[in-house]
Design a protein around this ligand. Structure first.
Ligand SMILES: Nc1ncnc2c1ncn2[C@@H]1O[C@H](COP(=O)(O)OP(=O)(O)OP(=O)(O)O)[C@@H](O)[C@H]1O
Length: 253
């Protein structure tokens, strides 16, 4: 099983949206699991429209993931039975316990080929614990937007990954441009090229980009991944996944 951690140096850059859509895309051809470890903003169940489901326990006491489709299984803090709309108010030790459980006690389908872990944003205790607890992560995918602040936080993420010996597979630039719905002009709201330049500067592969697109936001709201509905956006995710596969292939040579 190839395990990929999706991370970002700051919140709100589209990390969970990309993790969920990557998993949904992969599920068209492979068995895949997605693990949402974002304790305070678990959004994967909403993006996949499985919010009403709950995690069950197998007779052996393992966590039984929730199915999005035949090939995609999901586990999230949000699927642990809690009262709706209640914030997760857990202190560090309890979070550590759950992270440990997630790393050892999930009953993923035996033929699962990919595991996508949506890490909490930032470079603090939580992403650190997840990264350390999960042995054998094949690499990290860093999501950023072209803003300076976001790029600064990517540099931090790259250094964070290096410190804990987590290989960086590459960077995805999200919200790189907006197409005007009236005239079709492409507007680079957050500046241009930042992700590409930064990947050169930091010597990490550039995996691809996604536009700032109301379709993407709406797909998250209605719980239908955009790779199921929008051909162009699906192609962008395919480019990203092909680049990831190439890099993983190179690594294994
Ligand atoms: N390319 C995009 N175009 C339009 N909206 C987007 C795009 N990417 C993400 N969004 C929207 O931005 C919001 C934040 O996205 P998301 O929850 O994926 O970010 P995140 O980085 O995982 O945040 P956090 O880690 O802080 O929870 C969501 O409403 C999502 O639908």
């Amino acid at each position: 099983m190839k395990t990929l951690a999706v991370m970002s140096g700051k919140g709100g850059v589209g990390k969970s949206t990309i993790a969920a859509n990557l998993a949904a895309l992969i599920s068209k051809e492979h068995k895949v699991g997605i693990l949402d470890t974002d304790f305070h903003g678990p959004t994967i169940p909403k993006i996949l429209d499985i919010e009403e489901e709950a995690l069950l326990t197998t007779p052996d006491g393992e966590i039984e993931p929730v199915k999005y489709n035949e090939n995609l299984q999901a586990v999230s803090i949000d699927l642990m039975q809690q009262e709706e709309d209640q914030p997760t108010i857990w202190r560090g030790p309890l979070k550590m316990k759950v992270i440990k459980e997630f790393s050892n006690e999930i009953h993923w389908d035996e033929s699962t080929e990919y595991l996508i872990i949506d890490l909490p944003p930032g470079t603090g205790d939580e992403p650190l614990s997840v990264a350390q607890e999960f042995q054998g992560i094949d690499g990290a995918i860093i999501v950023t937007t072209p803003q300076d602040v976001a790029l600064k936080s990517v540099r931090k993420s790259v250094n964070f990954a290096k410190r804990i010996d987590l290989e960086v597979i590459g960077v995805i630039q999200n919200m790189n441009k907006l197409k005007c719905p009236n005239c079709g002009e492409e507007i680079k709201i957050f500046g241009s090229g930042g992700g590409v330049e930064m990947s050169k500067e930091l010597d990490i592969p550039f995996l691809g980009s996604l536009p700032l697109d109301p379709e993407i936001m709406q797909s998250g709201e209605k719980g239908k991944p955009f790779v199921e509905e929008d051909t162009k956006l699906k192609e962008s995710m395919e480019t990203i996944f092909n680049n990831v596969k190439d890099i993983l292939g190179e690594k294994n040579k």
